[in-house]
Structure formats: structure tokens, C-alpha cells
Design a protein around this ligand. Sequence first.
Ligand SMILES: C[C@H](O)[C@H](O)[C@@H](O)C(=O)CO
Ligand SMILES: [Mn+2]
Length: 425
Amino acid sequence: MYEAEKDKILNDYYNAKEVYAKFDIDTDEILDKMKKIRISLHCWQGDDVTGFEKSANGLSGGGILAIGNWPGRARNGEELRQDIEKALSLIPGKHKVNLHAIYAETNGEFVDRDEIKVEHFRKWINWAKEKEIGLDFNPTFFSHPKANDGYTLSSKEENIRKFWIEHGKRCREIANEIGKELKTQCVNNVWIPDGSKDLPANRIEHRKILKESLDEIFSVKYDKANIVDSVESKLFGIGSESYVVGSHEFYMSYASRNDVMLCLDMGHFHPTENIADKISSILTFNDNLLIHVSRGVRWDSDHVVILNEDLLSLAKEIRRCDAYDKVYIALDFFDASINRIMAWVIGARATLKAILISLLEPVHLLLEEENKGNFGARLALMEEFKTLPFYSVWNKYCMDENVPIGTSWIDAVKEYEKEIIKNRA
Ligand SMILES: C[C@H](O)[C@H](O)[C@@H](O)C(=O)CO
Ligand SMILES: [Mn+2]
């Protein structure tokens, strides 16, 4: 970076620091807090949730869909890791990478989901060690012939259920090993697509079966220093418009009773429902919470995340609950119609900006007015704080973390596309 550019960023930062100081916010302290924030970057944005299974099951039977055919999706572990490295080099901070079981590397052999082992993730683990990043994990209960009838863990067919229970158990074993080896807790998140397109006559039976399957999967106890288990709900999906077995109420009850973490995906609720208000309720009864940061648009739950009102209110609510050490933040979106690295970086930078804005908010002044009953002044301050000069602090954060400032990262992606991605015929 040119010296003149650096001087300008520093100058802007010192001006912003003065503005924030008037509201008792120390921007240096906030930047220190930002350095400790970890988000989890989902590997599946890099290849449209395809995975590396030899039988190439494709994105089927899963209630999720990646639309688009932007050229050059990663086709194997080497390409995917290369693309993730590029994305990480443009995102400020040190983060984690989130894997799905379908990203196992099996030396060209077909290994079914009920047979996967930690050795199939050896390359990912070694890579993470070298990069000094943590890994998170997800069993893959979709894109498989045994998921095509619409039910996996909640299936009435014993052989189907047993297959998926074994998969769930093996994934926990793998996640535990990952956490142990990397000395960084691995979040293992269970999401299943089970449900039906049209009105079921019996909703309760599948839910009772799902409870039993989960009980069996979670019956093995692991050290929480290595693995933290979570369960993710959904309101509806493609092909499961009328009924989803793993609903919010189902998993909220399950999580509270079974010492398992709840996962709220921002795209998995009613389109007008904002999940920010749910955080304080859940944290009143549970120690932790996983958020899948996503953007629902009409019936799709997985658009690339942008700095919109939903994301800002989510981050502000975590901050106002003083819960950044209790809430795990993982990205979850996939768009195959734009450059996939752009998608990652847009979503990650938007999420980190929202976190920074939330940490810079003078919450104590809002509380002061609230406690005095001055609700007009509280609202007025909330509005004024929206336009404080956070961008100058953001630029300083990017500069400290050695990543491109402002729009310059976009050119870096275009360059990478020309040099690397275009050659993937
Ligand atoms: C691939 C992910 O596990 C998946 O997106 C899940 O988390 C989800 O949100 C499904 O809609
Ligand atoms: Mn999700």
C-alpha cells in the first residue's frame, strides 16, 4: 500500500476515534475485540454444495438448491482449498473453515457415508494446521439415494434410519478428532432435509422417530473442548413446503433438554420474521447458540449475505446481550450465478462489518435513557448512532489485518479469476 494511502486511513481513523470518544467508545479497544472474533467460512460456497463423492450424487433430495453456472467451480480438494485461501486473504481476521462430510477425500475410491473416517479428512486437517485455522463439521444428510424418499433420520424404514444414524455417529467421531488435533473446538451441526411437499396425515410419528435417532447419535459423550454439537431447524424447503420434521419448536425443545446447542439459520424462518429477537430468549435457557448467517429471499434461504437491516439487527442484538463469547457465527449461503470467491468475501466482509458496527454502538447511553424511561431519547440516539463513522474504523481494521481496503479486493478476485479460475476447463 502507498504511504499516502496509509496516512489517509490513519488520519480518518484518528478523526473517527475522536467522534466515538465523545460517546465513551474507545475504538482501539474495539479493534482489539475484533481481532478475537472468529467466523466460520463454509466450504460449500466454493463448489455449489457438490462435494467430492465418487458417485457424484449431485444436489438432490435435500430441500436446497444452488442455481447458476458461473464457470470454474472447485472440482477437488486442492482447488477448493486454493479458492478458500484466496477468499481468506481478502477477509480481515483469523477465521475457521466449515466442512461437510461430502468433502471427504477418499483417493478415488467410493466410500459411503456410513463408512467415512477421520483419515478421509487428513488433507483438510493438515492444511488447517499449516494455516493455523480451526475447522467445523457437518454430517451430510442429503444428496444421496438414501435421502431421496424425503426422510433420513426420521424415516420409518429401519435400514434407512440405521444408515443415517451411523453417518451421524461417524461425523461426531470425526469432529471430535478434528477438534483434538487442531486444539480448537469443532462445531458439529446436524441439519436434515426431512419433510414433505404436501400435507402429511401424521406429523408426530416422524418427530418421535427423529428424537430417538438423535438420542442414539448423541449417546456417545465427547469432551466439549473438542466438539460442540448443534441442531438446525427449518420452516420449509424446496419439496418440503408443507412439513419439515426438524422444525424450530422441535429442535428448541430438543436442545434445551439434551445439552445440545441450537442453530438458528437466518433464512429458515417466516420471510418476515427476524431472528434477532430470539437470541435473548434462547440464551436465557442455553449457554450457547450457533447462527447460520444467511439471507432469505422469497422461497430461497441461502442468498449471499449483505449488510442489510436483518444482519445489523442480529449483530446489535448479540452485542446488546454481551454474547459474542456465547454465539458461534457461521456463514451459510451459496450462489452459483456469480464468482464464488466474490460471494464468500461479500458475505464475510458484510458480517464482520455488522459485528464491528455493533461493537462500536454506545449501548450504555441507550441503556441510560431506557432506565430513565426516556424512550424518545433512546430512539433518537439509536438513529444518530447509525451514521457514526464506522467505515474509518473498518478501514483501519483491514489495514491492521493486512487485507485490501475498500473496493480494491474486487480487482484481486478478478485477477484470480483470469489467472486461475478461467483455466478450469
Ligand atoms: C449445506 C448446509 O448444511 C445447509 O445449507 C443447511 O445448513 C441449511 O441451511 C439448509 O437449508
Ligand atoms: Mn443453514
